[in-house]
Design a protein around this ligand. Sequence first.
Ligand code: ATP
Ligand code: MG
Length: 577
Amino acid sequence: MIPEYSDVRNKMTKPNSSSEAIKRDGPDHFIRDIINEDLTSGRVGAVVTRFPPEPNGYLHIGHAKSISLNFSMAAEFGGRCNLRLDDTNPVKEDTEYIEAIQEDLNWLGFKPDGMALFASDYFEQLYAWAEHLIEAGDAYVDDLDADEIREYRGTLTEPGRNSPFRDRSVDENMDLFRRMRAGEFPNGAKTLRAKIDMASGNINMRDPVLYRVMHAPHPRTGSAWCVYPTYDFAHGQSDAIEGVTHSLCTLEFADHRPLYDWLIEHLPTPCVPKQTEFARLNLTYTVLSKRKLMQLVQEGVVEGWDDPRMPTLRGLRRRGIPAAAVRNFARDIGVARADSLVDYGFLEFCTRELLNQTALRRMAVLNPLKVVIENYPEGESELLEAINNPEDESAGTRQIEFSREFFIERDDFMENPPKKFFRLSPGREVRLRYAYFVTCTDVIKDANGEVVEVRCTYDPASRGGESPDGRRVRGTLHWVDANRAINAQVRRFEHLFTSENPGAEDDLLSALNPNSKTVIEAAKIEPILASDPVGAQVQFERLGYFSVDPDTRDDLPVFNEIVPLRDTWKKIQKSQN
Ligand code: ATP
Ligand code: MG
């Protein structure tokens, strides 16, 4: 069941209180409350946030939630939000991703304050701070390798053991750390660790690794470094360098917060940022983990990061989902402290709500069946007026050509219809949108008994689809004139997975939906559609919203289904069966 989202939204959104000078957007949440308190108590003067992606994949709709939160809090409180690329692991990172992240953020409609920032720009400062820890006896060089470190670390129920190298002198540590930097040791031979507490109940506090030797060129610093800081060491310190006041991150970092605070406390940082965690976005029928998305791309399950079925920002964009719909979605799902699974239907709702206002209405027939009007003069045609967008008068009208032959949707005709089928069938009269009332008089079948053509008569007095004498017809069909129709390819989509929470499956690929993409090779579209540019979003009347795919060619327009209309049809069909 898809809930009535407009109701949910009304409940979530409180009107702005007059005491708040700043524009508020979206539902109430605890992070706004925390920021308000921090401003009132004077802990911070101005709000500074950041969005800190690691450039090891493309942004997805989960990131949109984080982006929306960080940028909106800064905007609401008159502060600033940085884009910081957390590029501390050169082995997994690539300039391809750095560029894509900036492009996608721009598409989504958020502008960082100033240029993109990079954790790698702080390597020298971070290194100096590592030496500061050594100097103070708060860090040591360890010779244990990764496996040994894991073994010494203990478990959730057992304390860890001190490394035999834990009590090296400050001088020895300093010497070794400098030689690590100078490249004297191979990968993995030595690490720098914080000297905290191997018996801590929080495993993150058991002498976490701060630096590792990695002889790998970095996309931005080249071969300048062969030691790189870990996420834990780089992240909070980068926040501090930038003057970040509120370091908003997802719940999996809650256990790292004591370490975040410990490092800030033990270093002469210019300010004291505070970390607050919120629930990450999970969306039904898809996965939002870069690793799993990467798997889909690498194993060829999808055609790339921008496949219209992907929850990446590029995928959504190629699908034709407007950036504003993603922004509204990210804002209106709210911010909570506990993880939850958001219904994909809510993204569809946000998309429809927006496109209903903006998308021009057009007619297209996806599965064409030819109809011939026997009493319409051969060789003649006429122009009829059609409304471009009933939600927007300024979108005006257009002329569409009508003649003796046209296409309707195969589904809109049944030779032996059940009760309550109000579309075309022998003897029944229906309205053609913007055109005429037509009555089916005959069907023509091929050798296999399949209907290949329908014959009708029309009532010339019903021009424009108006009833001439008050008689009613129950069905209104969309159609495309046979002489003017253009062939198009239309790609329709379903969820990529059949499981509501595919990320929870042991084998992700076992939950794939084999029907997630259907290609219709010879749809018939109104000629005006052929001149729409790539990315244009239209409504195909009675079907859904579609957008022009970049694969489109002069001789073959290609459309992606963005989202179907709310389907009252299917419901009626189901209730008949
Ligand atoms: P993934 O699990 O997909 O690899 P990540 O957390 O490693 O994601 P980052 O590039 O480190 O990806 O994320 C940048 C920011 O976006 C982080 O602050 C992270 O907490 C946030 N973020 C990532 N995924 C989500 C999500 N699903 N919902 C909300 N925020 C997210
Ligand atoms: Mg991460």
